[in-house]
Design a protein around this ligand. Structure first.
Ligand SMILES: Cc1cc2nc3c(=O)[nH]c(=O)nc-3n(C[C@H](O)[C@H](O)[C@H](O)COP(=O)(O)OP(=O)(O)OC[C@H]3O[C@@H](n4cnc5c(N)ncnc54)[C@H](O)[C@@H]3O)c2cc1C
Length: 266
């Protein structure tokens, strides 16, 4: 399939990309790894007149330590994340999630910034970003701001980003004890259910993806946690559980409880 005709511009700085977004408005789309945007363009679900490629902007694919935080450039690919020593040592849960994404081609091209901006309800990183209480760094016409993960995902394919904002980095607190568990959709390998658990002393933080149209913190599990996995029975309390041809509501609810249990036990 061939996308509709579009102009292609390769931005060489964040400011240039923001200016281009501002100039072209609704007709423009940012391109990073292209592994969600290009399929959508081929299916004509997206028909931007201008595509602004940010993949070669210097400084957007670094992984660094900043005190108690790990700062990941938005253009880091899933493969760069899963291979990073810093992430494997200080934020292992993110490497666990990255390893489960798609196949080798997807992991070599797809980026963390693109995945978060796209906000697919079955994407893997959102559960981890929520459980880790990461912050998303966005830059736009009015400068730079940070958005808490809890405020970032606002609905299916919908985020708190303004039209002319781009994600430049994601800041994660270091996590010593975290686990990601996933039930794969057998064709695409997206998450039918994905669960991230971060344990700190006697408390847990639980992020869930794939289950509802927006990823969520399973606060009912967090509140009921007693050091065992029994709190997993609260995995979908208060949640409107999705239904599709991969898993209906009843089966998906069951899977959510099973995968929360697995992550708590791990
Ligand atoms: C076969 C296949 C299997 C996949 N399996 C999985 C899976 O198992 N788990 C999973 O989580 N994902 C999966 N994906 C999705 C993959 O991870 C994508 O790479 C990712 O969702 C989007 O990242 P990207 O860099 O490719 O973004 P792009 O496709 O370039 O962009 C996606 C969207 O985000 C916007 N955007 C991109 N970067 C930025 C930025 N820095 N700031 C603001 N907006 C931006 C674009 O304008 C576009 O709207 C799969 C994709 C394919 C094709």
């Amino acid at each position: 399939m061939i996308p509709a005709k579009f102009d292609y511009i390769k931005a060489s700085s964040v400011n240039e990309a923001i200016d281009l977004l501002d100039k072209h408005g609704f007709d423009a789309k940012i391109l990073s790894g292209g592994h969600s945007l290009i399929p959508a363009m081929k299916l004509r679900l997206n028909q931007p007149e201008v595509v602004i490629d940010i993949s070669a902007i210097p400084g957007m694919n670094t992984i660094t330590e900043d005190g108690d935080e790990i700062v990941i450039g938005a253009n880091c690919t899933h493969n760069e994340i899963l291979k990073s020593d810093l992430i494997n040592n200080e934020l292992n849960i993110l490497a666990q999630a990255a390893k489960t994404i798609g196949d080798i081609q997807v992991r070599n091209r797809g980026t963390i910034g693109g995945s978060l901006a796209h906000a697919d309800p079955s994407a893997d990183y959102p559960a981890t970003v929520l459980a880790c209480e990461a912050t998303i760094v966005a830059e736009g016409k009015n400068g730079s701001r940070t958005i808490a993960a809890a405020d970032f995902f606002q609905g299916i394919f919908t985020t708190a980003l303004e039209d002319e904002e781009i994600i430049t980095a994601i800041r994660f607190p270091k996590v010593a004890n975290g686990n990601y568990q996933k039930f794969y959709q057998s064709a695409s390998r997206f998450a039918v259910v994905g669960v991230a658990v971060v344990k700190n002393g006697d408390a847990v933080k639980v992020g869930v993806t794939g289950v509802a149209d927006t990823p969520y913190r399973a606060t009912a599990v967090e509140n009921a946690y007693d050091g065992t996995s029994s709190a997993a029975s609260h995995a979908v309390d208060g949640v409107e559980v999705m239904s599709d041809h991969f898993a209906d509501t009843e089966y998906r609810s069951h899977l959510a409880k099973v995968y929360v249990k697995k992550a708590l036990e791990a």
